[in-house]
Design a protein around this ligand. Structure first.
Ligand code: GLC
Length: 723
């Protein structure tokens, strides 16, 4: 608003250099540990105007107290940004992002973000460092857990949904937070899946895969961007003028705030591009970073850089202007407290959010195998053995970014099954630790399991094994879990394997021998109820994998949208692209996920098969529920351009949608993609639409052989005749 603009200019006029740099400094209050922080006296710093924002301050009373110091005791009376990593819930934890994406439900993704924003704002938070938008095709990388998986379209829709959820229709309104699109860019391509390791990818891959989700976030109005810790082909993102200034600010028109990652500006010295703090500060400011998160670089380095002439006061002023503009957009000058009037833990809010958490968790579960079919469990089952190190795990259900979620409020799978199967006898044995090397407890587990009618084997990772700084070279079942699985499966009893993890795991042998397999991610506070709902059949699973599960780590990077090779695998021809020891295909594909009913797709047809540049490919399919139960199915529309000036991926997702059908019901699903969205980057990386045939492939996963297909022709000369 104009008066905000005038106010900001007047403030700038009257600010000392220290106060200006204060507005560019974010200090860590240290109530949660998310980086190599150091103790700071935040109250003194705020009172003296040396800090304009804080992170990891979580107690509502403390937040209100420090805001009061800022607006009543500091000379300029400027409110604070209060930031926290609210990725998938604040006090009520929803499924981990990589799990929630399996729902393929943008409206759900928006609703959970909205619920989290309401809780956080009620506590005095006004900025979340989310959504994390790093596409990942390497499950060794622990931060795959925090993001949207392997696909560009899914990541773009996830970005839109989360930004809309966190920021609402009005970022100034109570209950809204500023969202942060992070970590720009290609952080998920870190060398060998090792966190923070160098990133060196082609310009093409950068523009085709890793940048689009951030562009989508900016188009959705995201208020803040956070660059990655990593470099990009030798240029650290915290100093990357080409991406931050030239692309994001100038070309994409982003005028919001760019906040560094934690201590990332001083780390430019370790990256080998700055000889001291002042040089690091100058590089970051020149690239367009506005706020230095807990680096001390702007506070201690900028004054020197200005004296040296390596930084300009105009750039400092521009950064301060953007930070103050964000505070104005958030409405903080009028109301530093953005609560919607309901306490974060108010029973009404709590009840609603727990119910949403259970629905989100159920929709995030992926049924990967179901022989016999063993699931849903026979309601008359008498004795169930619940085995494994995660059967009573509470904290782990909250994943590696649990914000203020209380572990004691989490529902374990043991709790859930006990409550849902009151008539059955449930005998539970943890047997071993998640990561422990001790196998003593396996014998007792086998003895118990031998007495049961059915075994629920609950295996996977604990919350510390994914997330930041948690890469794994071996992504199989940790500790002695494989030994436990072998011993239990040797009983040849019906086994349901429930896999809880922050990443795809290498579990081929377990999958071969278990009767049923559920991928459960980390499902949040309602994990146990959601799993019980699926296991008992109260909920018909509809989750689909947003990321490929490899047979072996040797297949990594593994993803469905690969370009063709000149020597595609051919068992009849030695000289083709293959492994000598395993198939090329992943263990489970993008989009895999079974149901308790069966869906059939027929009648694929296009409204028009000759299209011009301004047209839309519109296809309809008939989907019928031919099984015994109501259910939901996700249908994907892929394309393939078989002949183009640049080789195109064998499949590219261009639309997806879900359909709910009662048993026996049939429905028509319409999927669409604008012809303009078929553009690809030519040899010079310029977007180009090329004439020719496009294969349209529709189905329920990236299993190319099972997709229904038709061909359309793109004609650039004359506009397609209207039907
Ligand atoms: C961490 C993470 C980033 C997070 C920030 C603040 O190091 O890289 O995702 O938002 O610090 O906690």
């Amino acid at each position: 608003m104009a008066e905000d603009g005038e106010r900001i200019e007047a403030l700038l006029e009257g600010m000392t250099l220290e106060e200006k740099i204060g507005q560019l400094t974010m200090l860590d209050a240290g109530r949660l540990i998310t980086g190599p922080g150091r103790p700071v006296d935040m109250i003194v710093a705020v009172r003296e105007g040396r800090a304009g924002s804080l992170l990891n301050l979580v107690n509502p009373a403390e937040i209100r107290a420090v805001q009061r110091v800022a607006v009543e005791e500091s000379r300029l009376r400027l409110p604070l940004l209060i930031g926290l990593d609210i990725l998938h819930g604040h006090r009520t934890l929803f499924p981990l992002p990589l799990a929630e994406v399996a729902a393929f439900d943008p409206d759900l993704w928006r609703r959970t973000a909205r619920a989290a924003a309401g809780e956080a704002a009620a506590d005095g938070i006004n900025l979340t460092f989310a959504p994390m938008l790093d596409i990942a095709r390497d499950p060794r990388w622990g931060r795959i857990a925090e993001g949207p998986g392997e696909d560009v379209l899914v990541a773009r829709r996830f970005a839109e949904a989360k930004v809309k959820g966190f920021q609402g229709d009005d970022i100034a309104a109570p209950g809204s937070l500023a969202a942060t699109a992070k970590h720009l860019v290609a952080y998920g391509a870190a060398t060998a899946g090792r966190d923070y390791a160098p990133v060196d990818i082609s310009e093409r891959l950068l523009h085709e895969v890793y940048l689009p989700p951030f562009h989508a976030a900016i188009q959705a109005g995201v208020a803040v961007i956070m660059p990655a810790f990593t470099d990009l082909a030798g240029i650290p993102m915290s100093a990357n003028v080409a991406v931050l200034r030239d692309l994001v600010r100038k070309q994409w028109g982003f005028d919001g705030v760019i906040v560094s990652d934690y201590d990332a500006i001083p780390e430019l010295i370790k990256h080998g591009v700055a000889e001291d703090l002042a040089a690091a500060a100058a590089l970051a400011l020149r690239a367009g970073i506005d706020i230095d998160m807990m680096g001390g670089a702007y506070e201690h380095g900028l004054p020197i850089a200005l004296k040296r002439g390596s930084s300009r006061i105009e750039d400092v002023d521009a950064a301060v202007r953007r930070v103050l503009t964000l505070k104005a957009r958030l409405g903080l000058f009028h109301a530093p407290d953005k609560s919607d009037g309901l306490q974060a833990s108010d029973p009404r809010r709590h009840e609603t959010n727990r119910s949403l958490a259970r629905d989100a968790a159920r929709r995030s579960i992926v049924l990967l195998k179901n022989e016999r079919p063993l699931l849903p469990l026979d309601p008359g089952v008498k004795r169930i053995a619940l085995i494994g190190p995660l059967i009573d795990a509470r904290a782990d259900m909250l994943g590696p970014w649990g914000a203020l979620g209380k572990p004691e409020h989490a529902v374990t799978i043991h709790d859930g099954l006990k409550k849902a199967l009151r008539a059955a006898e449930i005998v539970a044995v943890e047997a071993i630790d998640v990561q422990g090397r001790d196998r003593e407890g396996i014998r007792a587990a086998v003895e118990t399991a031998a007495t049961a009618d059915v075994i629920v084997l609950c295996l996977g990772e604990d919350r510390s094994m994914s997330g930041e700084a948690a890469s794994r070279a071996h992504i199989d079942l940790p500790g002695r879990q494989q030994d436990l699985a072998v011993a239990i499966l040797a009983l040849r009893k019906p086994v349901i394997a429930v896999i809880m993890s922050g990443r795809p795991l290498v579990i081929e042998r377990l999958v071969e021998r278990a009767d049923a397999v559920l991928a459960a991610g980390f499902l949040g506070h309602e994990a146990g109820h959601a799993l019980a709902d699926v296991i008992t059949g109260r909920w018909n699973p509809c989750g689909k994998l947003p990321v490929s599960w490899p047979r072996a780590a040797g297949q990594i990077p593994i993803f469905y949208a690969q370009r063709p090779t000149g020597r595609p695998r051919d068992p009849e021809d030695y000289f083709t692209s293959k492994y000598l020891d395993i198939p090329n295909e992943p263990l489970f594909r993008f989009g895999d996920g079974l149901s308790y009913t069966t869906f059939a797709i027929t009648g694929l047809r296009a409204q028009a098969t000759k299209l011009g540049p301004t047209d839309e490919i519109v296809v309809d399919v008939e989907v019928s529920n031919e099984g015994p139960r109501d259910g939901e199915e996700t249908i994907f529309l892929f394309i393939h351009d078989p002949v183009a000036s640049v080789s195109q991926p064998l499949l590219e997702l261009k639309d997806f949608s879900r359909i709910a059908l009662a048993a026996g019901e049939r429905g028509t699903m319409r999927l669409r993609v604008a012809v303009k969205d078929l553009k690809h980057l030519d040899a010079d990386l310029r977007p180009v639409l090329e004439a020719g045939f496009i294969e349209v492939l529709v189905g329920t996963s990236a299993d190319r052989a099972r997709l229904h297909r038709l061909t359309v022709e793109i004609n650039l000369e004359a506009p397609a005749p209207r039907p």
